[in-house]
Design a protein around this ligand. Structure first.
Ligand code: CUA
Length: 339
């Protein structure tokens, strides 16, 4: 019996194991159910990358754990066997093998992830490269700016008035170039809420966007670092006091999805949540119409004020009760300083 077993060629056993591991890994990588719904055009890029990583991870898990379990049985101590194990050390080809394979995998994943990041607009949020291509290069533009000949003057500050300053985040994709988004919303994180300011000046505590349209969020923070995360969109961006970061996406499906703060920002970080409501364009327009900046009652007169004429705290007061935020939470809101 033992002799018959030894006649099965090792190559055949290895091949069979390899095929089985590959089948299981590809199956689990494709269909693992670990991710939430996809509701943005950007989500499939991230998910395909995730599937590749899960496939590779599953194969490694099966091989490593399989080898351990196999060795536990195959090389266990037999009764009455008090001999030492054979002294094996060094195997050059094995060393090369298990260094080369992980190196190829890691470098491959690195290149793939950089490509996904680029295709989501991470390298050049404002699309300045695309513009440089069409207009004969941005180095020439910089050189022709007055003051750029000053020795030691930082190039970026000379460029700032032209709005080519770099921003962090996921912005215009290479395909979009510098094309303007359909809708631009200012997002402010504060302990412990998200505030959304729409182009018409209204401020809301939940985010409404029309389905199928290109949306840009300009994100900042009032007090400490927060992180604006839309899990179903597969995008996340730090909210930084004194600096504006960016997220750009196109929602693909109507519905209500969570907005989460993903950066420990204080005692109530865990409750710093809101929601994003993706609506059909006509429903969205209706919502905007119903939520125009409200009139403020001062004594007997009702005066409609533009938001910029009031401090943030004044502006927010009418909304506070509606959101269940108490006056103390709004009190620290100071007029913003713009650098
Ligand atoms: Cu804001 Cu955590």
């Amino acid at each position: 019996m033992a002799k018959e077993k030894e006649t099965v060629p090792v190559a055949l056993v290895t091949l069979t194991i390899g095929i089985l591991v590959a089948i299981i890994s590809f199956w689990y990588g494709r269909d693992n159910g670990l991710l939430p719904e996809q509701v943005s055009q950007q989500a499939p890029l991230v998910d395909n990358f995730f599937r590749v990583m899960v496939t590779v991870g599953t194969a490694l898990f099966l091989l490593v754990e399989g080898a351990i379990v196999f060795a536990l049985f195959k090389f266990r101590r037999r009764p009455d066997d008090d001999t030492d194990a054979p002294p094996i050390k060094g195997n050059f080809s094995l060393e090369v093998f298990w260094t080369a394979i992980p190196a190829v995998i890691v470098i491959g994943l690195g290149i793939y992830s950089v490509d996904v990041y680029n295709r989501m607009g991470g390298f050049d949020t404002v699309g300045s490269t695309a513009v440089a291509h069409h207009h004969g290069g941005h180095a020439t533009q910089l050189a022709s700016l007055p003051g750029s000949s000053d020795v030691g003057a930082p190039l970026l500050s000379a460029a700032a008035p032209q709005q080519v300053a770099f921003k962090y985040g996921l912005g215009a994709t290479p395909a979009e170039g510098q094309a303007s988004p359909f809708l631009e919303i200012a997002v402010k994180g504060l302990q412990y809420a998200w505030l959304f300011t729409y182009p018409n000046g209204m401020v809301t505590g939940e985010l409404h966007v029309p389905v199928g349209e290109d949306v840009r969020l300009n994100i900042t923070a009032q007090d400490v670092l927060h992180s604006f995360w839309l899990p179903e969109f597969r995008i996340k961006q730090d909210a930084i006091p004194g600096e504006t970061t960016e997220l750009r996406f196109t929602p693909t499906k109507t519905g209500t999805y969570p907005v989460v703060c993903a950066e420990l920002c204080g005692a109530y970080h865990g409750s710093m949540r809101s929601q994003i409501i993706i609506q059909e364009p006509d429903e969205y327009e209706q919502w905007v119409a119903e939520n125009q900046p409200v009139a403020v009652t001062t004594g007997t007169d009702t005066v409609a004020l533009h938001p910029s004429e009031r401090s943030d705290a004044d502006f927010l007061a009418p909304y506070a009760a509606e959101w269940g935020i108490d006056a103390a939470a709004i009190a620290p809101l100071q007029p913003e300083r713009h650098a």
